[in-house]
Every structure is written in C-alpha cells, then in structure tokens.
Design a protein around this ligand. Sequence first.
Ligand code: DOR
Length: 459
Amino acid sequence: MTLAALRGRFGSLADAPATFLLAGARVIDPSDGTDEVRDLAVVAGRIADPRRLPDGAPRVDATGLLAVPGFCDLHTHLREPGGEGAETVASGARAAAHGGFTTICAMPNTTPPLDDARAVAKVSGAGRVAAARVRVIGSVTAGRDGTVLADLAALREAGVIAVSDDGATVADGEVARLAFERCADLGLLLVEHCEDPLLADGGVMRSGATATRLGLRGWAPEAELAVVRRDLELAADTGARLHLTHLSCAASLDAIRAARARGVDVTCDVTPHHLSLTDAWVDGGRRFAWEAPGDIDASLAYDGHCRVNPPLPARDDALALLAGLADGTVDAIATDHAPHGPQRKLVPFDEAAPGLVGLETALSLGLAAVAAGMVALPVLIGALSTSPARIVGEERALGTGATADLAVIDPAATWTVAADRLASRSANTPLIGRELPGVVRLTVADGRVTWNDGLLPLR
Ligand code: DOR
C-alpha cells in the first residue's frame, strides 16, 4: 500500500460523525482499568449501547483487535510555517491519524517561531480541518532567542496548551526564573527541553566509548540533569506546572522521583526512540535496547538518521527509561516527531539536523517493548493516550456516552517501515526497512473517522 493509496483513507475533523460497531474487540481503557473483550458501538460520533446501533450501520468483526483511547502526542514538530517541504499541519496530522494519534501538540520552533497570537491562530486554524486535533505550544521567549519573555498572557489567550523553547533549554537562569513565575501566575504549563548548552558543548551524540571510538563529540547525561535539577527547584519555588520532555537518562528519572517525594508537581515524557534505540545505532548496531548487544554493521555507522537531540542513550539508560515507564515515573510517551528532508540528513553525521519522524512508528516500537516483556500493554496504552491527554486537559474514555476518540489496532499484524508507507512528508528514521509489530486499522478523533485501513467500508 503506497502513500497515494493511503491518502484516500484519511478523513478529517470536519467530516460527519461516524456510526459503526466493533464486534468482539479487546477494549483497553486505562481511564477506568477496563481490559475486556466486548462489542463497542459508535453512534453519531459517541460511544453507545451496542443495542442502539441503527439498522444498516457497518458491523465489523474485531476479533483479535484492540480498541484503545486515541493517542495524544505532547511533542510534535509540524514545520509550518517555514519548513513545509518537510511537513505541514495537514501532512503531520495525517501521519498522526495513521499512527493512532487523535491529538498532536505542535512545538513552536518553526520559522518564524510560534511566539504570538497570530502565529498560534494560523496553526490552530489549519488544524480544524486536519486529520487530528492540533493543539499549539507557544514559545517561552520572543523569537525563541532565550532573552526576553514572549507575551505569555496573549499566548494563553490565543489558546496555547503550554509554552516551550523546545529545541533549546531556556538556558539563562534569570530568564528561566521569570518564565516560571509568569507561568505560575497564568496557570500555564511549561515544557522544558533539558540540555545545558555549556555542558552539552556542541556534542552530536551521547558521550561514551562509542562516541570516542567514532571520533564524534559527545554530550553527557549531566547536561540534561543540570537543567532537570534547576527546573525542579524553580517549580518547587514558584509553584509553576512543569513538564520535562524527551528525557534520556536514568539520573533524570531519579531526580524526578526525589522531587515528587518532596511534593513537587512535575510530569515527564520519554520518546519511543529513547526507549528502544541506543547509542550503538550510531555505530551501525541495530539491536533494540532490550536485546543483547550484537554485531555492528560498519556500513551503517555515522548514519545521520541516528542523530537526534537528546542523543540516543547508553543501553543502561534506555533500560532505566523502560523501567521508569513500567513503574509509572514516566507519565507519557511523546514522539518528538521531527521531520527533516534528505538534504539535512544525508550529510556527514555532525552536520545532520537532529531528529527523526516518530508518529507512525511509536505504537510499533511500544508493542515491540511489550512483546519483549519490558512493559505491560495497558501501561503502554495509558502512556500514549489517557495520561498525556490528562496533562493537556483532554478527556479520553471508552464508556457509553463518551465522545468516540479511539484507535483500533491489530497487534498481531506486522509492517515494514518504508517511505511510501508513511503519511509524513519526511521519512528520516533509521527504522526504514525494519519489520515492526502492530498496525493501526482505524482512528476516530472527536467522533470522526480520520484513518481507515479498510476496516470500515470505504466511502
Ligand atoms: O532531535 C530533535 N529535533 N530534538 C529537538 O529538540 C528538536 C527537534 C527538531 O525540531 O528537529
């Protein structure tokens, strides 16, 4: 199935609400602990009593399929405005629907950045007719240059769900304190990219034996930990709501555990790639973190597709992140979907733009971790759906009367990642060519079918 064929199967939030019945699905709803095989009906966009299904409505045999709440991505780069060659609101939303996501939170590091109400309104407007809800994160500082706060009150008024200078830390301590105080006053969530620029010092991968052997400059976990610690103190002092995004090392989770024990209000996420890939991938290794390290393929070393920020972790850190997901320290899995065209990736490693696309492979990497026994399936589903949704104030539930917002997954099916199987405009991922478990057969956002892999009759 190529992208051209896929396109006909996307819908949008502007479509008419859906009506159908899934017979015998395994319904997993982390909002109330449901995990049972039952019929699930959607009537006019709402979860309904199956006996209320109108005559003639589609009835689908969902034996062996999972029905779960729609996923919510707290960290998505949509590249609009300024980078439309790599992604747009429309294409990123299609990638989201294809991956089971019904909400994506657009990061503001566009060109120009989303630092005022007009810029926010444009992205939100494009999102209204897209294949996923698009929530906007505004920038903390004007122009995202780290020196002067943006008009955070105006951003809140424009409907942003959080502020962040993602791509960079709010590095200046004075500016950071002002930002925390202002966010506390306004009740705004502050999402921090944790990377002390002085400690990271231009590193392009995680420091360690692999970086040394490859002759690449590395940055150490301490560069992340320094910002995590500073922000936990600022959150404790100011009472601002803090969310630490794309964490990459065990020490960060330990700092969060300690802060929570002191009553600090903080949430955090990790990405699918930091849970499953390791710094050995930069060296040409291609084993998942939970697999015993194996041979490396030297021809795959220095692949710019493995450059990401924060860098792919040491194996021990990846295993600690998985343990943190399993024990609830990690609230959410966020993709950090970061599309880049080949001109920014097929270049020498230390010149490659950091980031990889993630919306369409997130579930599959999670299911691979479940299959390896690293995390329970309901925990994975909660970290992709109900938990991040709660952080941005959205409802997710599969009980009668709720708005239908869900994904239907075939966990036994596999697919091979390929550029023409991705709805994203970009295909920058080292997973190209890899067979992964789990296919999203149907996505319903706000009662509308946004992705239909032939499960329902095609219009
Ligand atoms: O790898 C990354 N890519 N990390 C970031 O923080 C920014 C992102 C991007 O915008 O490409």
